[in-house]
Design a protein around this ligand. Structure first.
Ligand SMILES: NC(=O)c1ccc[n+]([C@@H]2O[C@H](COP(=O)([O-])OP(=O)(O)OC[C@H]3O[C@@H](n4cnc5c(N)ncnc54)[C@H](OP(=O)(O)O)[C@@H]3O)[C@@H](O)[C@H]2O)c1
Length: 363
């Protein structure tokens, strides 16, 4: 294992947030851009070498200073490429918010994945070595490990923080009950709990981020770092008339076979119909694109700390960043019309006929 190194490269680019809004990441003091960039399937995967640099440079020059990756993305190549590009572009480490995730591991050994103390500690060190960084800002548990006790998980992430290898820890696709348990254990032991949940959140996937986690936003003020907010590209409209060559569903047809199959079923066809209706609303009334509308809609949610974008070219990224200007255009009236088209709003918790309380009645 290579020893992580301190920043040694000369700074060539100063960060300018431009018009990017920043939010706190959950209850923490860490400020994150409303739109960040992730590397799943793209950076180090379908995109390698100079094009990775072009995408990250475009992001950085347009107000994105947060980059998300994971040990398992492109079998470690995503972390390597992101680390290489940060160095080659001469970005100042303190300007950046770098997040990575542990769980899936890279090898098949019994201790090469999961959330044991052993993998959390070794996995963190290996990720840092691949990126050539001496710390990440946030380390995520990429999934819950049901074969490890919560106390071991909480203690191990706190150890990683105490060592200075990560500044905060967070979860990804944990159930509300698991996050609740993590807080309970952390509070009991006087340790720090997770500050964020990295969850899937898009117009057709709402139950967990909008309903299941609702008590966590109130009690612990956790924030979300949302992923697949374009439903893998479907919410750009690119799959309205089949699967274009070189698109994600073409290049990863096996991985997405169930999603692709669903497009042919009545549910999928209904979603495409809604995308077309929303596209008309985006273009005619907001002067924007479907992609920008879909991303702005997730960003508008007050529990969203950052929407993690995915892009396989600088052009896609620039199109998606138009969402920054769309967020303030999402008036209650427009949101209501979107809701009417979508029809996907989760049912509220039942009140059993009791009168609804106003805002001050919240626990
Ligand atoms: N924690 C987790 O379990 C988890 C899971 C998934 C993702 N994530 C994180 O979230 C990030 C984003 O997820 P995602 O990549 O699934 O997001 P997404 O926004 O739903 O999909 C991004 C993909 O859609 C296509 N696309 C994006 N913008 C487009 C545009 N303007 N026009 C046409 N096509 C466009 C591109 O694919 P093609 O060009 O190839 O079609 C792009 O790679 C990931 O990189 C990762 O960091 C985390």
């Amino acid at each position: 294992m290579t020893t992580p190194v301190l920043q040694t490269w000369p700074v060539q680019r100063e960060f300018d947030a431009k018009n990017m809004p920043f939010r706190r990441l959950g209850p923490s003091g860490l400020r994150v851009p409303l739109f960040s960039l992730g590397g799943w399937l793209t950076l180090g995967g379908t995109v390698i070498g100079d094009p990775v640099k072009e995408i990250i440079k475009t992001a950085f020059e347009n107000g994105i200073n947060m980059f998300d990756t994971a040990e398992a993305y492109a079998a470690g190549k995503s972390e390597e490429e992101i680390g290489r590009v940060i160095q080659e572009l001469g970005l100042r480490r303190t300007d950046l918010v770098i997040t990575t995730k542990l769980f899936w591991g890279l090898r098949k050994g019994p201790n090469d994945g999961g959330l044991s103390r052993k993998h959390i500690i070794e996995g963190t060190r290996e990720s840092l070595a691949r990126m050539g960084l001496d710390y990440v800002d946030v380390i995520f548990a990429h999934r819950m490990d049901h074969n490890v006790g919560m106390e071991e998980i909480v203690r191990a992430f706190n150890y990683v923080i105490d060592k200075g290898w990560a500044l905060y820890w967070a979860t990804s696709e944990w159930s509300a009950q698991e996050i609740e348990e993590a807080y309970h254990v952390a509070n009991k032991l006087g340790l720090v709990g997770p500050i964020a949940e990295q969850c899937k959140h898009h117009m057709f996937h709402r139950e967990r981020p909008e309903k299941e986690y609702a008590p966590l936003y109130k009690k612990y003020h956790i924030g979300t770092t949302t992923f697949s907010s374009l439903a893998y590209g479907m919410l750009t409209g690119k799959y309205n008339n089949g699967i274009p060559e070189n698109s994600r569903f073409a290049t990863h047809s096996d991985f997405f076979k169930d999603t692709i199959k669903q497009l042919e079923l009545s549910e999928g066809k209904e979603q495409i119909r809604k995308v077309k209706e929303l596209t008309a609303l985006a273009e005619k009334e907001l002067g924007t694109t479907m992609a920008a509308l879909a991303l702005a809609w997730v960003a508008k949610n007050p529990n969203t700390s950052t929407v993690i974008l995915g892009a396989s070219s600088p052009e896609q990224l620039l199109e998606n960043l138009k969402a920054v200007e769309v967020v303030p255009k999402l008036t209650p009236e427009i949101m209501h019309r979107i809701e009417k088209i979508l029809g996907t709003e989760p049912e509220p918790l039942p009140s059993y006929g009791r009168p609804v309380l106003d805002r001050l009645g919240r626990i």
